[in-house]
Design a protein around this ligand. Structure first.
Ligand code: NDP
Length: 447
């Protein structure tokens, strides 16, 4: 089996040199899915995984805009249309200086499996730019978003490809992107998700990724007859996903000890309660300040510069910032400190070495493609509401989100439970995600 997997990975590496994040994402899938393919005649010999690692289309484009001082700036825009076997391409846009082809291809590849797991009809895609929104004025953000959409618009559409937000792309950016799309397409359609409530958005969409990550943790704990009540939880990041993961942890009776950004983490021994979280939301979403300014209001907390929060003793860890933010040594520290559950809010935040440690220790570990799927699932619900020209209530959307997360959890058990009863959620998510897409690809022929 090892040689079949290695042969496959060698081909992928040869064809995609200098794309370490993409290779990392493919490797994780190949190790669990290839053994399944080999055992199942309907998939064996059809090169399905080889087809799935090749994007259906990769678009790169120039984005020129003028900054507030009148200087002309040039950025690079991307859209990876990875797989459309089960629905229109769907996946976020990331604006961050580290954005490159490798990162977007890993995100697009993971998105295919994640979207399949939601059971909604969505293919996988991802896009973005190396543009850095930090320190830019609202007008600069608007000019960049308009310039970006003036090219992207020809490649997307509500039945073709429906982008959403990701790192650096929140409600403000989606507004500017939608405005330009609407103008040049001369149509008001659900072409983007994460829209504002008065122009086609869905209730609970802003909360959905963070809430879903915590619902997934709750599902995992439940099979151990445990819950979030009274648990110490550490969270990385302080953006959209981290904020609403923290909110849901508090609502379910847990204590939130940390939040972070790229400059370091804050540790509040007394707990970050709802009032403190509201302060953080204003700090990050309105003032767009650094997380360290939390100490201006709450001086009893500590700010640890340049580090991630994994050294803080906890029961549950929720990595909600970015890829590869939790490595093997971090995993060992978490385990030594008694951590029993890790639910990924970010995409691929744990390195392979870290995941191996969690599996060795047999703790509850959920990969992002399962545990953070609540975001895209609720985007799918936004698309449905746009098509129906109708809005569901907050309670209705939240209930559907909970059901979808619970179904994903069940799919992971179906394909990931080993003979000793341990649930390998990585294996379960990969195989369950694969089966639906593979069946559709087989039915549609060699296209
Ligand atoms: P935001 O831009 O709202 O927040 C990102 C947070 O992560 C910020 O606190 C940011 O700090 C921190 N961060 C970003 N890059 C780094 C880095 N290199 N090192 C340390 N910290 C970093 O993004 P989201 O909350 O939307 O996304 C967070 C993660 O969740 C990403 O992995 C994303 O792909 C994933 N995700 C998001 C979904 C969504 O619906 N938004 C859906 C599914 C997954 P700073 O401000 O200093 O950069």
């Amino acid at each position: 089996m090892k040689s079949i997997i290695n042969e496959f990975l060698d081909q992928v590496k040869q064809r995609n040199p200098n794309e370490p994040e993409f290779i990392q994402a493919v490797e994780e899938v190949a190790e669990t899915v290839i053994p399944y393919i080999v055992k199942n005649d309907i998939y064996y010999g059809k090169n399905i995984l080889l087809r799935m690692v090749e994007p259906e289309r990769v678009i790169t484009f120039r984005v020129c805009w003028v900054d507030d001082s009148g200087e002309i700036r040039v950025n690079r825009g991307y859209r990876i249309q990875m797989n459309s076997a089960i629905g229109p391409y769907k996946g976020g846009l990331r604006f961050h200086p580290t954005v490159n082809l490798s990162i977007l291809k890993f995100l697009a590849f993971e998105q295919v499996f994640k979207n399949s797991l939601t059971t909604l009809p969505m293919g996988g895609g991802k896009g973005g730019s190396d543009f850095d929104p930090k320190g830019k004025s609202d007008n600069e953000i608007m000019r960049f978003c308009h310039a970006f959409m003036s090219e992207l618009f020809r490649h997307i559409g509500h039945n073709t490809d429906v982008p959403a937000g990701d790192i650096g792309v929140g409600a403000r950016e989606i507004g500017f992107l939608f405005g330009m799309y609407k103008k040049i397409s001369n149509g008001f359609t659900g072409v983007l998700t994460g829209k504002g409530m008065s122009w086609g958005g869905s209730l609970i969409r802003p909360e959905a990724t963070g809430y879903g990550t915590v619902y997934f943790a709750e599902n995992m704990l439940k099979i151990k007859n445990d819950s979030l009540e009274g648990k110490n939880v550490i969270i990385s990041g302080s953006g959209n996903v981290a904020q609403f993961a923290a909110e849901k942890v508090l609502q379910l009776g847990g204590k939130v000890l940390t939040l972070s950004d790229s400059s370091g983490y804050i540790y509040d021994e007394d707990g970050i309660d709802l009032e403190k979280l509201e302060f953080v939301m204003d700090l990050k979403n309105v003032k767009r300040a650094r997380i360290s300014t939390y100490l201006d209001k709450y001086p009893n907390a500590k700010f640890v510069k340049g580090k991630t929060p994994w050294e803080v003793k906890c029961d549950i860890a929720l990595p909600c910032a970015t890829q590869n933010e939790l490595n093997k040594n971090d995993a060992k520290t978490l385990l030594e400190n008694g951590c029993i559950c890790v639910s990924e809010g970010a995409n691929m935040p744990s390195t392979k070495g870290a995941i191996d440690e969690f599996h060795k220790a047999k703790i509850l570990f959920a990969p992002g493609k399962a545990s953070n799927a609540g975001g895209v699932a609720t985007s799918g619900l936004e698309m449905t509401q746009n098509s129906l020209r109708f809005n569901w209530t907050r309670e209705e959307v939240d209930l559907k989100l909970k059901e979808i997360i619970s179904n994903i959890h069940n799919s992971c058990i179906e394909y990931g439970k080993d003979e000793n009863g341990y649930i390998d959620y990585v294996k379960g998510a990969n195989i369950a995600g694969f089966v639906k897409v593979a069946d559709a690809m087989l039915a549609q022929g060699i296209v």
